[in-house]
Design a binder for this molecule. Structure first.
Ligand code: IVH
Length: 713
């Protein structure tokens, strides 16, 4: 039972109006109920503000819950008195701000997507090559439906549920323990035996289709906005701050993975699933162990043909290598494991009318044509814009304004116009003329013969590029400044408050002298302005890899940024190298090109970036605002290979070159393509050629494959 609300002190700024807070709900007269609902709406809104916007709650969660409960109870008694601004009508995003953050002990990865049988064949080939398996060696895989919900991590200690968290950005999620406890499929206490002391379960929270339809019916009857699809409904429900609301939303859970974090002897993924079942979890009954690639594609075809009969939405199937020792060896690249693949169902398509075409100018000046469509629902989501990719694609598909077009949405990718329905072309349809000047700044547009993309050549002088670069600068894998999203960047840019990344760090200082400081602007307040400045300050110390990525250098994504950070180690060494490498024939250029993962083309973009006078000034100014510590790989402290440079040559017999390289990198080593006096080890396989000779000449330590395996064990 929730406690009745305590007679709270009158709230600041709310006036001392009479209150019927102490009268039990059943005894309220209609007039008293009207006044009580008004008081509760105001009080709860006040506490929402203190909690969500100001991050300074004044009352306990239990007291807040009691207020919300009383409001709902009065509304249940007098449904016609429900106010337009009733707290029970508010749902959705801002609520999430109130959840505690949880750092994942092991990052929550995502999956690489496959769309065709060739993609699946490539997945197999890659595993075979990586593990150096014979072409006829079986690779058992478990095939599982890919549930369209949201993943969660559940921590059990001595068989008891202690913590549940959302995936969040993969490294940090939100604490949803109380809400997860309301899910019937999630055992709060595990059953069976051999339960590891510490256990982390991963799985998917979802809403069945029937529960979703019922919920929407109910919401429609209550005049509430309906959820677009079961996934949104599940996400919205699990992110309710009030677990009693969550409890009323019928959520389900399928477990698909666990980690004991304390040494485990399970050999296969199929065994893991068995254990999960024994401990009391729901494991998807469609899951199948497959021996061959053909078994997988049959599973895919089979489940695709009866997916509409399943009780829940799925958007594909997941294949996972069954052998856990292999899984471990395969490891992951970036955020996706090599041992698993999501084979997605064909994208959902729908027909609509293309009303106009706009040009969007991206961070690197690329001009992308965007189709504005008559809004249409594709796979449960309303789509009104879709990409047309580039001028060549418009010409190839002969897309004209006014055409009937097929639009598709696959997974989370941007919707695209796939084809024109020529038979329905109206006489009024007009071809699109690609602009010859940048539509934002009027600057010159390049038409490089081999490059399909057309670019605005005005660089940071072009406002569109400047804004996009700023958005990238503050994005999740870059500076990740809380409260400084795309919308705020745009309005700060338009007002002239933030024009370059440096302006972000001088904003607070300049703001103090503004006639209308941030705190007095529309939609802002003292607390939210303070929160923003604090969030900016928190990022004045930034790791070198994030810093490099944030610069938005063409082709330099977060993996390459990490590679560069690892190689150069400090900001100063990176700058020096980028300066020196501008000279053809320099050792710095040779060193850069020798880095595994940096091609000629990428090196050109890098050097062009560090040569540009605007960028040089920007970097100099930024450096005065920031602290960029030496880049330390997490694994560096305790491995003999930390910071060493290794070169592989010849054919390795017990593992593939890719696996050997991945292991070296995991242990903190750099892998180079050729031997120099900076090389620490050369690992020699069969038929090694000239590199072995140079190693000998330079006196570099040479290891054979067994010695290498010994060293990396
Ligand atoms: S395994 C390391 N198995 O798909 C791999 N994921 O696109 C971790 N999902 O974030 C995921 N059903 O939310 C796995 N049977 C299944 C799944 C599944 C749905 C979701 C999950 C994940 C996303 C990746």
């Amino acid at each position: 039972m929730k406690p009745e609300p305590q007679p709270e002190a009158f709230l600041p700024g709310l006036g001392n109006s009479p209150s019927f807070a102490l009268i039990p709900v059943q005894k309220l007269t209609r007039d008293q109920a009207i006044q009580e609902l008004a008081r509760l709406a105001k009080t709860i809104a006040y506490h929402d503000q203190r909690y969500f916007q100001d991050d300074q709650p004044e009352i306990s969660d239990a007291d807040y819950d009691a207020l919300a409960l009383r409001n709902r109870q009065i509304e249940a008694q007098f449904p016609d008195l429900r106010r337009e601004d009733s707290p029970s009508k508010r749902i959705g995003a801002p609520v999430a701000k109130g959840f505690k953050k949880v750092k994942h002990r092991v990052p929550m990865l995502s999956l690489e997507n496959a769309f065709t049988p060739e993609d699946v064949a490539n997945f197999y080939d890659r595993i075979r090559r990586f593990l150096s398996l014979d072409h006829d060696e079986a690779i058992d895989c478990v095939a599982e439906p890919k549930i369209d919900g949201l993943s969660a991590a559940l921590h059990y200690q001595n068989g008891r549920l202690r913590l549940a968290a959302t995936r969040g950005d993969g490294s940090e999620g939100e604490d949803i323990t109380e809400n997860v406890k309301t899910i019937g499929d999630v055992p709060v206490i595990l059953s069976g035996d051999h339960i590891p002391e510490s256990l982390e379960i991963r799985g998917e929270i979802y809403m069945s289709r029937s529960a979703f339809f019922q919920l929407n019916q109910q919401r429609q009857a209550e005049g509430e906005p309906e959820f677009a699809n079961p996934r949104n409904a599940a996400a919205g429900s699990v992110r309710q701050l009030d677990p009693s609301v969550s409890a009323k939303r019928p959520l389900s859970f399928f477990a698909y993975y666990y980690d004991t974090l304390s040494g485990d002897h399970t050999l296969t993924h199929a065994d893991c699933l068995d254990n999960l079942r024994k401990w009391g979890f729901s494991v998807n009954p469609e899951i199948k162990l497959c021996q061959t690639e053909a078994d997988l594609t049959n599973f895919y075809a089979d489940i695709n043909s009866h997916r509409s009969e399943l009780a829940y939405d799925i958007d594909g199937v997941v294949y996972k290598v069954n052998n856990l020792t292999w899984q471990k060896r395969l490891g992951s690249v970036g955020r996706t494991p090599r041992y698993a693949l999501a084979h997605k169902f064909e994208a959902e398509k729908a027909e609509t009318i293309l009303e106009s075409i706009n040009i969007q100018v991206g961070r690197t000046g690329v001009l992308t044509p965007v189709a504005h469509l008559k809004p249409i629902t594709v796979g449960g989501v309303v789509v009104s814009r879709a990409t047309l990719h580039n001028a060549d694609e418009i010409a190839r598909k002969d897309v004209r304004i006014g055409d009937h077009v097929m639009v598709q949405r696959a997974g989370d990718v941007i919707p695209q116009v796939v084809s024109v329905i020529a038979a329905k072309r109206p006489a009024t349809a007009v071809p699109f003329t690609f602009p010859t000047a940048c539509p934002v700044c009027g600057g010159e547009v390049s038409e490089i013969p081999d490059e399909v993309a057309r670019r605005c050549l005005n660089g940071l002088q072009c406002p569109a590029q400047a804004v996009e670069r700023l958005k990238h600068f503050v994005s999740r894998d870059a500076f990740d400044i809380e409260g400084l999203g795309a919308r705020n960047i745009e309005s700060f840019f338009d007002e002239g408050l933030v024009r370059t990344p440096v302006d972000i760090f001088t904003l607070e200082h300049r703001d103090q002298k503004m006639p209308t400081p941030l705190r007095r602007k529309d939609g802002w307040g003292i607390q939210s302005a303070v929160n923003l400045f604090n969030a900016i300050d928190k990022r004045r110390t930034i790791s070198l890899d994030r810093f490099i990525y944030a610069l938005g250098i063409p082709q330099i994504g977060n993996i390459t940024a990490k590679l560069l950070a690892k190689h150069y180690g400090t900001y100063d060494r990176l700058m020096q190298a980028m300066h020196d490498a501008q000279i053809i024939g320099s050792e710095a250029l040779y060193d850069l090109l020798n880095l595994d993962g940096i091609g000629q083309n990428m090196a050109q973009d890098l050097l062009a970036f560090f040569h540009d006078p605007h960028n040089i000034t920007l970097l100099k100014d930024l450096k005065t605002q920031l602290t960029i510590p030496e880049f330390i790989l997490e694994s560096r402290q305790d491995t003999a290979l930390s910071g060493k440079t290794v070169v592989f040559t010849g054919t390795l017999e017990k593992m593939s070159r890719v696996e050997a390289k991945a292991t070296a990198e995991r242990l903190g080593a750099k892998v180079a393509g050729s031997v120099s006096k900076k090389t620490d080890y050369v690992i020699i396989g069969a038929d090694a050629g000239s590199k072995a000779k140079s190693a000998q000449d330079l006196g570099v330590t040479i290891l054979n494959e067994d010695e290498w395996i010994q060293m990396t064990k």
